[in-house]
Design a protein around this ligand. Structure first.
Ligand code: GLP
Length: 245
């Protein structure tokens, strides 16, 4: 696993946006695995600016998103489909037909099976972007005594519901279940890039970069088994976990 320490969160986002741009420039029909949450928003802003400046063309790119809440439609302003449209897809020259976010409505099991198929359709992702939950969850694979390899329905933990409540009017509005790629789906990507910032992420990042332990209680530690995993953190977070480059 490679760890990149930048001077600031903005710099981290610039580094990751450059990685994605370089990939798409060298492979115009690249397949991207995309993430939601607050962390990637500035990365998407930078990609929009690069696209507007003519530096990168998304017209042949395909995307698959990590996860989606169960019980809210893609038109709901807290659905991950809505997030992706408003934070990225509506502002770049991607063909929305080439973007996939699992549906959170209807038959959840069938939707998870559809997500599983999309992970591998046309080949695995060239790059999978990841954030990380305060408890080390990636996508919605929650800390537990076991993890699941394939796309499935996950019951969200109290920690995740609390952390995501800030995006909803009230905590009770946060869905309690989600459809998520499994750990095997995430590790199948050719390259995995995880971005983290903020002191709430200290315990999770400590477990990820400060030792060689792999534990289902911190799902992000599975990335230690990937041959091309990159963790991008800023100096504030690196200092807080005691990481020295
Ligand atoms: C959600 C998403 C994750 C994301 C996490 C952290 O639970 N399912 O993919 O990594 O939130 O989000 P944030 O970047 O807002 O801290």
């Amino acid at each position: 696993m490679k760890v990149i320490v930048t001077g600031s969160y903005d710099e981290s986002c610039a580094v990751v946006a450059e990685m994605i741009k370089d990939l798409v420039v060298s492979k115009p029909n690249a397949k991207l695995g995309l993430a939601t949450g607050g962390t990637p928003v500035p990365i998407y802003k930078k990609l929009i600016a690069m696209n507007e400046a003519g530096e990168v063309d998304f017209s042949a790119v395909h995307t698959v998103n990590l996860d989606e809440y169960c019980g809210i439609p893609g038109t709901h302003d807290q659905s991950y489909r809505y997030f992706m449209n408003t934070n990225l897809f509506d502002h770049i020259n991607i063909d929305k037909a080439n973007t996939f976010v699992a549906s959170g409505m209807g038959d959840f099991e069938a939707n998870a099976a559809e997500l599983e198929a999309k992970v591998y359709e046309g080949g695995v992702a060239d790059l999978q972007l990841l954030g990380i939950g305060n408890n080390g969850h990636i996508a919605f694979n929650e800390a537990s005594d076991h993890l699941i390899s394939k796309a499935h329905i996950e019951t969200l933990t109290e920690s995740t519901i609390n952390a995501n409540a800030r995006f909803f009017e009230k905590k009770e509005d946060v869905p309690t279940k989600a459809i998520t790629m499994g750990m095997g789906d995430i590790l199948a990507a050719k390259k995995v890039v995880l971005v983290a910032t903020g002191l709430a992420k200290v315990p999770a990042i400590k477990g990820l970069i400060m030792d060689d332990v792999i534990t289902t209680q911190n799902p992000s530690t599975m990335l230690k088994m990937h041959t091309d995993a990159v963790v991008v953190i800023d100096k504030e977070l690196a200092d807080a976990v005691g990481y020295k480059a």
